[in-house]
Design a protein around this ligand. Structure first.
Ligand SMILES: *[C@@H]1O[C@H](CO)[C@@H](O)[C@H](O)[C@H]1NC(C)=O
Length: 464
C-alpha cells in the first residue's frame, strides 16, 4: 500500500489564489437544484466517496501568517459535514438577502448561490490557521425541492474540477439510487504538484529584458484600461450574478457563426461584451479594453492530466483591444480570438504565469494601483473552452437534477464581468459574476441583455 500524500506547500498560482480569496475573489460555488427526495445521508455518503477519491477535497489549507506562506495538509479521512437548512431557516436566509428589484426577480437557486459566494471562511485565520478546502450545504425549498451547494477554495478547484465534481457526484448519488456495487474509483495523487511543476521544459524561461517589457506593458495595460461605470466605489463588496440564456436555435446559429470563422465561442462572447461596454460610453473616442482568457492547461502539461485530476490547472492570458466604435461583431470576434490564439501560440500562458501572479498580489497589496481602488484589472474574463453538458438525462432524472449554476466570486481583485459559459442540451447558459455595489444589478442585467441582442442580431441579419 502506498502511503497517502500528507500535503505540500502551495505552488505559485495557488499562492496567488490564497492571497486573493480572503479579499473575496476565488470562492468557487456549485449550486444544484434538485426535486427528488434526496436523503442527506445519501448525499453525505457520496461526498465522503468523492473525498476518498480526491485527496485535495479532504485537504485543509494551512496558513502561516508570520511567514506569509500556505500549504495543503491532507487528512486521511473524509471530513465534510453537510450543513442542513430546513424550510424555515432557508426562508429566513432568503428573506435576509438583498430584496431583488421588482423587474428582476431572482430564483431561490440564484439567491442561495449568491449567498454562498459571499460566505468566506478563508477570510480570517482561526486558532490553528487551518481551514477546510471543501464545504457542503443543503437548503430545503417548498414543494419538495432542495438546493445542494458545494463551496471550494479556487486553488483546489478550477472550472474543469467543478464540472468533473458535479458529474462524479451525480454518478455516485445515481449509483446509490440504483443500489449498485460501490464504484472502484481510482485514487489520484493529485495533491502532489502545482501547475508550475508540470510546465513542459523550455516554455517558461524569458530573458530578463523581455520579462521587464512584458511586466511593464502588463501593468500599464491592465491598470489603465477602460472600465464599466462604477456605481458605488466605497461600500463593501459582494459577488452577484446575472444570467444570459439562449434558446437552441439562437445557440446553434451563434456556434455555427463561430465555426465558419474558425474561432471559439469565447471570441464572440468577449467581442459582444466589449461592444456592449462601448455602447454605454457617450463619446466615440478610442477606448482600450482588457480581456482575460482562462485556458485549461491539463492536456499540455508534463505529464498531461485528465479532467478528473482536481486542482487549479488553468492559466490566464490577458489581451487588450482598442475599440473605435462602429465595429461589427464577427470582425471584432475574429480579431480578439486571434489575439488570444497567437498569444497562446507563443506560449504566453506559460511564460507570463509568474508575472500575472506577481501583479495580482501587488494589486491586492496596493488597491490604489487600480482606478478608484476598484480592484478591477480587466473588463471581463472568459474561458477558452465552453463547458458542454451532454445531459445524461437518465442520470439527471435519477438524481432529480433540475438546474445548476457553477461560478466563482470576483468581489476582491478581478474583472467587472466574469463569464462562465455552458452549452446545456444545446442551449447556451452563461453566468456573469460581478462585484456589487461597484456595479448594480440593473447595470449588469442591461449589459448582458445588450450582449445577447448583439449576438442574436449578428446571426439573423447575416442570414446565418
Ligand atoms: C429548523 O431549524 C432551526 C435552526 O436549526 C430550528 O430552530 C427549528 O426548530 C427547525 N424547524 C423545524 C420545523 O424543524
Amino acid at each position: 500500500m502506498m502511503e497517502e500524500p500528507k500535503g505540500r506547500p502551495v505552488g505559485g498560482t495557488e499562492y496567488s489564489w490564497c492571497r486573493a480569496v480572503p479579499g473575496g475573489t476565488g470562492i468557487a460555488v456549485l449550486a444544484i437544484l434538485t426535486s427528488k427526495t434526496l436523503e442527506a445521508l445519501k448525499l453525505q455518503n457520496a461526498i465522503n466517496k468523492l473525498q476518498k477519491l480526491h485527496p485535495v477535497l479532504r485537504s485543509k489549507l494551512h496558513s502561516n501568517p508570520s511567514k506569509n506562506s500556505f500549504s495543503f495538509i491532507t487528512s486521511s479521512t473524509p471530513y465534510v459535514q453537510i450543513k442542513s437548512f430546513n424550510l424555515s431557516s432557508t426562508r429566513k436566509i432568503l428573506e435576509s438577502l438583498n430584496p431583488p428589484t421588482k423587474n428582476l426577480p431572482i430564483s431561490p437557486l440564484q439567491s442561495l448561490l449568491e449567498h454562498e459566494l459571499n460566505q468566506n471562511v478563508w477570510w480570517c485565520s482561526n486558532d490553528n490557521n487551518e481551514n477546510d478546502m471543501f464545504l457542503a450545504s443543503m437548503y430545503s425549498l417548498p414543494n419538495e425541492k432542495w438546493v445542494v451547494v458545494l463551496r471550494l477554495h479556487v486553488s483546489a478547484c478550477d472550472r474543469t474540477t467543478a464540472v468533473s465534481l458535479l458529474r462524479e457526484l451525480q454518478e455516485l448519488v445515481g449509483e446509490a439510487e440504483e443500489e449498485k456495487e460501490e464504484r472502484g474509483g481510482k485514487v489520484v495523487n493529485e495533491i502532489n504538484l502545482g501547475i508550475e511543476d508540470l510546465i513542459p521544459s523550455g516554455k517558461v524561461k524569458k530573458s530578463l529584458w523581455t520579462r521587464g517589457i512584458d511586466m511593464l506593458s502588463y501593468s500599464m495595460n491592465s491598470f489603465r484600461s477602460t472600465n464599466l461605470k462604477f456605481i458605488d466605489v466605497n461600500s463593501p463588496r459582494c459577488s452577484q450574478v446575472v444570467r444570459i440564456q439562449m434558446n437552441k436555435d439562437e445557440t446553434e446559429r451563434i456556434i455555427s457563426g463561430c465555426k465558419s470563422r474558425g474561432i471559439k465561442l469565447c471570441g464572440a462572447l468577449a467581442a459582444a461584451g466589449v461592444m456592449a461596454a462601448q455602447s454605454t460610453k457617450c463619446s466615440q473616442s478610442d477606448r482600450k479594453y482588457a480581456v482575460v482568457t482562462f485556458t485549461d492547461c491539463r492536456s499540455i502539461l508534463e505529464p498531461p492530466l485528465s479532467a478528473h485530476h482536481f486542482g487549479f490547472y488553468h492559466s490566464a492570458i490577458m489581451n487588450t483591444h482598442i475599440i473605435r466604435g462602429g465595429e461589427q461583431l464577427w470582425e471584432l470576434a475574429k480579431k480578439m480570438y486571434m489575439a488570444f490564439a497567437n498569444s497562446k501560440k507563443s506560449n504566453r500562458h506559460f511564460s507570463d504565469m509568474a508575472d500575472l501572479n506577481f501583479l495580482m498580489c501587488k494589486a491586492i497589496e496596493n488597491p490604489g494601483l487600480t482606478s478608484s481602488s476598484s480592484l478591477r484589472t480587466s473588463l471581463m474574463s472568459v474561458f477558452e473552452d465552453t463547458v458542454v453538458d451532454d445531459c445524461n438525462e437518465k442520470h439527471q432524472e435519477l438524481v432529480g437534477l433540475e438546474d445548476y449554476i457553477g461560478c466563482a466570486s470576483v468581489h476582491g481583485l478581478g474583472p467587472s464581468m466574469a463569464l462562465f459559459d455552458t452549452l446545456r442540451g444545446g442551449r447556451l447558459d452563461c453566468v456573469c459574476v460581478y462585484p456589487s455595489p461597484l456595479h448594480s444589478r440593473e447595470q449588469m442585467q442591461g449589459m448582458v441583455d445588450c450582449m445577447k441582442s448583439i449576438l442574436v442580431n449578428s446571426v439573423t441579419e447575416s442570414g446565418e
